[in-house]
Design a protein around this ligand. Structure first.
Ligand code: FMN
Length: 294
């Protein structure tokens, strides 16, 4: 058995394809529209070549870093992704335990299948909470309060989803929304019978606020003292505006190609995002982050 363990991410992907239903595999694996950005997110890494210097002592390699003051052994953290119970019965609790065992950090998605409280009490992983701005502001503020009182250390506001990406595989598969226990009593998903199309797209259309703007960043600052990170910024202009808005950091991201197709590959714009703010000398202790997720 030991010999058959996957040795790279592509082999894990093959196993996932066998283990999951087509609907769930496509949900996790797919992107928006033509999936150009989805493909380019990976292809762009192939365009970056390494320039090795030799005869350097590599017997001790230190990849440790810190994020908002939290130390970790490498700059790899768990991005917010919804619906972990489609892959494992323990859901986000399993993911949090895995993050804790690596001394890494987990960002819990608003769309978690486990309750905020359950994830918080399962282990001592450092946790941030990912938020959307709902049409009903009370929903967002209740989630923020619960994250605060359960020891989450930052709010990650996803800003690239005023409108849900057109994910054609989900439309074709009539993707069913998985339970969202954190939204029980706040938003009803009972009326989501899909007569056609993607249920999660309809859910997002009914609940998320498409008028999301910089005003909501101000609003969020007014209701929490936790540091705020904006996730989904890909241009220098917006990175600068984020600094001006006083957020603690920016997560350079195109949402894994699941939102706006033909947006640039995340890794290709990381430098632009950071350099633009550096150039103005405003970087200070701001955090710039990009993740590689498959
Ligand atoms: C299955 C799946 C679900 C996701 N759910 C969320 C989510 O609930 N909230 C969010 O902000 N991002 C979500 N994402 C996006 C990831 O956080 C992340 O941005 C993406 O996988 C990697 O692309 P990036 O390097 O451009 O950030 C999801 C991604 C996947 C693959």
């Amino acid at each position: 058995m030991e010999n058959n363990l996957p040795v790279n991410i592509r082999e894990y992907q093959e196993l996932a394809k066998k283990a999951l239903s087509k609907m769930h595999y496509d949900y996790i694996n797919g992107g928006a529209e033509d999936e150009h950005t989805l493909r380019d997110n990976i292809a762009a890494y192939g365009r970056i070549l390494l320039r090795p210097r030799v005869l350097v002592d590599v017997s001790n390699i230190d990849m440790s870093t810190s994020l908002l003051g939290y130390n970790m052994p490498s700059p790899i953290i768990v991005a917010p992704t919804g619906s972990h119970k489609v892959a494992t019965p323990e859901g986000e609790v399993a993911t949090a335990k895995a993050a804790a065992s690596c001394n890494s950090l987990m960002v819990l998605s608003f769309s978690s299948n486990c309750r905020i409280e359950e994830v918080a009490s399962s282990c001592n992983a450092i946790r941030f909470y990912q938020l959307f701005v709902f049409k009903k502001r009370d929903v967002s503020s209740t989630l923020v309060r619960r994250a605060e009182s359960n020891g989450f250390k930052a709010i990650v506001l996803t800003v690239d989803t005023p409108v849900f990406g057109r994910r054609e595989a989900d439309i074709r598969n009539k993707m069913v929304a998985s339970p969202k226990p954190n939204l029980e009593g706040l938003i009803s998903i009972d009326d989501l019978n899909t007569t056609g199309g993607s249920q999660i797209e309809k859910y997002a259309r009914d609940t998320l606020d498409p008028s999301l703007s910089w005003k909501e960043v101000e609003w969020l600052k007014s209701i929490t003292s936790l540091p705020i990170l904006l996730k989904g910024i890909v241009t220098a202009e917006d990175a600068r505006k984020a600094v001006e808005a006083g957020v603690a950091g920016v997560i350079v991201s195109n949402h894994g190609g699941r939102q706006l197709d033909y947006a640039p590959a995340t890794i290709s714009v990381l430098e632009e995002g950071c350099a633009s703010v550096d150039a103005k000398g405003e970087r200070g202790d701001k955090t710039f982050l990009s993740k590689k997720t498959f």
